[in-house]
Design a protein around this ligand. Sequence first.
Ligand SMILES: [Cu+2]
Length: 185
Amino acid sequence: MRAPLLAGSSFTAALALVALSAPGAGAAGPFTVVSERFAPASAFVPPAAVSFAPDLVPYGSTLRAVVLQVDGHTRVRLTATGLAPGHSFPAHVHTRACDAVPTASGPHYQDRVDPVQPSTDPGYANERNELHLLLSTDQDGNGEAVADVDWTFRPGEANSVVLHAGSAAGQHAAGERVACLNVPF
Ligand SMILES: [Cu+2]
């Protein structure tokens, strides 16, 4: 049943609040806003947004994440500027924060955690049990993606959004990790 998303719920009211909020407003109440510029990986001071593939995610390109968690529902909206044009980036919520190496962000966050890791069982590794987005860019390298799931994150257990290399054809198949944004879900 997806009825709780209908008008009148506090989720809908909170969505309206998010729509009115200023870009880069920071965390407040049931929603979190993170907006960062991608920088090179650094072993000394890990940036809040790191690019591992500047051909696809140029240094200085930006990613904004707006996260709303209300009434057992979560909506994540990504807005990007300056990425490679005409590319579809599969994006997921990962468990750990970004660091100098792509694997630092850990596995995908799962609502029901697969007892067998790394998780390949489609009963767990799917877009209802994990948070998946597909961020497709226009000819200027700008794009937006939204995903909804019927659960909220366990505090502290989801810490990043990872952009994977994808394709120009809108495919969901995820390649290497090309960029990582720290998001405290
Ligand atoms: Cu991923």
